[in-house]
Design a protein around this ligand. Structure first.
Ligand code: F6R
Length: 364
């Protein structure tokens, strides 16, 4: 049942801290601060290239994973949605790794891409929430998200669990390839270990997010902006808003705004910014300033470092708990999911069963 929550989505949002904890516990030894993956039938140290593929939210999780794999493990990583990858003919290196991500393990396009990657001589590693699924049976190895059953059609806790697994995969790969030093690896695992507590803190910010939702709920179109690993979180926020509130939302890499979408900007098109502190914060802030100068109402997710710098730019700010920039996308993902939920409540839509959508897409 819904355990007293109004919707499965609300219940599943509140499961984030425990799901993150359970998923990490499978792979992370808090005593040694080391990532220990299950035995893999290939060597992470010598994989020449990763081809990541998935659909929808799972694909966005993979895009964050690509940032981590490239920056931490220095491993070339290609990413494409499964419905495109399966009909592309990318040249793939002998012994490369296909990385599949799926909550259900039954998504038709992802499964077809899996078979295509196998056919092209790739090892196949899947990040799955259902260990008995078809994709689990057909993969060479599986990394499990321990999210439990997800009833709400829109994915929430499975997405953050996928991010946790991908973060651990990036740390393990960086360690295996010698691109990640022991000290930094320890700091990254400590940041992950700390996440359930920070996620619980974030869940208490509901009133701030409700205030933001009031503005979004009145809009016909909403623009989500982010840079770096925050860009896929903008994509996730826009997708979730479309799915459950039926408000048109688009996500753009913040630096792309001036190449077109800035023409849309006026007071009626709110801009939701995913702007965690870190290397790219100032760049994002200046893009927001440009949008504000054209009349946009800026609604920002940032942290305690970023908040003072956005005071004169953003109409509303949600101060997400401060964490290592490495794990910030995971917290911001929860925040944008919470925003979509609050907007859907205001719109009175069928949150758990949005029109035209199915939980598992087993046809092409
Ligand atoms: C979005 C959502 C979908 C799924 C996508 C992939 O909220 O739920 O975009 O992420 O259909 O499904 P799985 O992960 O089962 O392959």
């Amino acid at each position: 049942g819904k355990d007293g929550y109004r919707h499965y989505m609300e219940k599943e949002l509140h499961e984030h801290p425990s799901v993150i904890g359970q998923t990490l516990r499978r792979m992370l030894d808090p005593a040694t601060r080391q990532v220990v993956l299950p035995e893999l039938p290939f060597d992470l140290a010598t994989i020449p290239r990763i081809t990541m593929t998935a659909c929808g939210s799972a694909y966005y999780a993979g895009l964050v994973g690509r940032h981590w794999l490239e920056s931490i493990a220095r491993l070339p990583t290609d990413a494409d949605v499964a419905s495109e990858l399966r009909y592309r003919e990318p040249p793939l290196p002998e012994g490369g790794l296909g990385l599949l991500i799926s909550q259900s393990g039954e998504t038709a396009d992802t499964l077809a891409a899996l078979r295509g990657l196998h056919g092209a001589g790739q090892h196949v590693l899947s990040v799955l929430n259902v260990p008995e699924s078809t994709m689990a049976r057909e993969s060479d190895a599986v990394l499990e998200t321990v999210a439990g059953p997800e009833i709400c059609v829109a994915s929430t806790k499975a997405f953050t669990a996928q991010l946790c697994v991908l973060a651990c995969l990036a740390i393990a790969t960086g360690t295996a390839r010698g691109t990640l030093g022991e000290e930094r690896a320890g700091a990254l695992t400590a940041a992950l270990t700390d996440l359930p507590g920070r996620a619980s803190e974030l869940l208490t910010l509901r009133e701030d997010i409700q205030a933001m939702a009031q503005v979004v709920a009145e809009a016909r179109d909403v623009l989500y902006l982010g840079r770096g690993a925050a860009f896929p979180i903008a994509l996730e926020g826009a997708l979730k808003l479309k799915e459950i509130s039926y408000i048109h939302a688009e996500a753009y890499a913040a630096g792309e705004m001036k190449h077109g979408p800035i023409a849309l900007i006026d007071r009626t098109v709110p801009v939701v910014a995913i702007a965690p502190g870190g290397r790219l914060f100032e760049k994002t802030a200046s893009n927001l300033q440009e949008a504000k100068a054209r009349g946009a109402r800026i609604l920002a997710f940032t942290d305690a470092d970023g908040a003072p710098k956005l005071l004169n730019i953003a109409e509303q700010i949600v101060v997400v708990p401060t964490v290592d920039p490495f794990v910030a996308p995971i917290l911001h993902a929860i925040a944008v999911q919470m925003l979509a939920y609050e907007v859907a409540l205001l719109k009175g839509t069928d949150v758990d069963q949005p029109r035209n959508l199915a939980k598992s897409v087993t046809v092409e």
